[in-house]
Design a binder for this molecule. Structure first.
Ligand code: M6R
Length: 359
């Protein structure tokens, strides 16, 4: 049931405030305190290894920033199809975390089996609690996103991010580190903020008509927004079949800037954080070469850097660690509306399956 929406994807994008609220409530008390399974003990852990595929992998990449910065934990992140064949040595006191919407992704499951008997604890963050990955994990963290039907993952991604942030906060707490100001209680504002960010839809619909004409589109982000650039490019490829690449902004001049001309739209994701000025200078390099920039930022960022861009999409101003969750929404909407403008099959893109059970 699409609930009045044209596609499951549109429904699932719109559902995010409710899904995230549900996910947060499953792991937080009413008074804003963390409430995670007691078996999850980060005091005994010296290394976190996160393994996943596709969009779930990008959620892990964002979480790496959180675990490193907030909980000061050494973190390794890899795609399951690479991790398992590397046969990596596993230090004692490793917590292995597998993230999968379906819980059935063959490579992720095989990577989990590789870690059996090697990692101290195996944790599965899955949307389907009766899935194979859930069954084979020591600790199951259900995602509570609700069924995700569209092949493109949307609400599962933002719920994964929300819960991974809670886990990083828990790790910091248990390791005796101070939590960022207002955390975790301020996370309760997240569903409302996601609701606000959905309002950029109208503007994105208009710019999507231009994007649909492009042959190549580049997404740039720095720090926590780098994985979001990868996610934006993946979503766009999946749905619109337009060639898209995500890059760390700082990598631009190490190659990809050669691609830039007036025909290549560049989506820049840059909240006004400590790295903003650096990303903006990369953005100006793009504009100097005629690149058409779509800047996704907050009101302050728009005031400082909006001039000369093709379009500015304004997100609510939020604490740094919430930005990647919020900026997922315009990434999804850009892919969705570009696909609509191109007339491709949004819910069932060619060659793709919802659950990838072959290796
Ligand atoms: O079910 P999983 O989360 O393990 O699936 C992983 C990927 O196959 C999945 O995220 C895929 O990249 C999506 N189609 C992205 O939209």
């Amino acid at each position: 049931d699409k609930d009045g929406h044209k596609h499951f994807m549109a429904k699932e994008i719109a559902e995010q405030p409710v899904a995230i609220d549900r996910a947060l409530k499953a792991y937080m008390d009413d008074d804003g305190q963390l409430s995670l399974p007691a078996e999850l003990d980060f005091t005994k852990i010296e290394r976190l290894t996160m393994v996943a595929c596709g969009t779930a992998f990008y959620a892990c990449m964002v979480a790496k920033y959180w675990f490193e910065q907030i909980a000061r934990m050494p973190v390794e992140v890899d795609v399951a199809s690479e991790f398992r064949y590397r046969e990596p040595p596993v230090p004692e006191k490793t917590l292995a975390l597998f993230v999968s919407q379906s819980g059935e992704t063959a490579d992720t499951l095989a990577a989990l089996r590789y870690m059996e008997g090697k990692a101290q604890q195996i944790v599965g963050l899955v949307n389907v609690p009766e899935s194979s990955i859930a069954r084979e994990s020591d600790v199951i963290l259900p995602l509570h996103a609700g069924p995700e039907i569209s092949v493109a993952s949307t609400k599962a991604f933002t719920c994964q991010l929300s819960i991974l942030l809670l886990l990083a906060l828990r790790a910091a707490e248990q390791r005796g580190l101070p939590l960022p100001d207002g955390m975790p209680a301020d996370l309760r504002a997240l569903p409302g903020l996601i609701h606000q960010s959905l309002a950029a839809e109208k503007q994105i619909t208009a710019s999507a008509r231009g994007l649909a004409e492009a042959r190549d589109i580049i997404f740039l982000g720095r720090g926590q927004l780098y994985p979001l650039a990868l996610e934006g490019a993946l979503k766009l490829k999946e749905l619109s079949y337009i060639h898209a690449e995500g890059y760390a902004s700082g990598e631009l001049k190490h190659g990809p800037i050669a691609l830039i001309d007036e025909k290549v739209p560049v989506v820049v994701m840059a909240p006004r954080d400590a790295l903003f000025d650096k990303t903006v200078s990369n953005m100006q390099e793009v504009m100097a070469r005629g690149g058409k920039v779509i800047l996704i930022t907050d009101a302050e960022g728009a005031k400082i850097a909006g001039d000369g861009t093709h379009e500015v999409i304004v997100m609510p101003q939020v604490p740094d660690s919430l930005a990647p969750i919020l900026y997922a929404v315009p990434a999804q909407q850009i892919a969705y509306y570009t696909a609509i403008a191109k007339g491709t099959d949004v819910d069932q893109p060619r060659n793709l399956a919802k659950s990838v059970t072959v290796e």
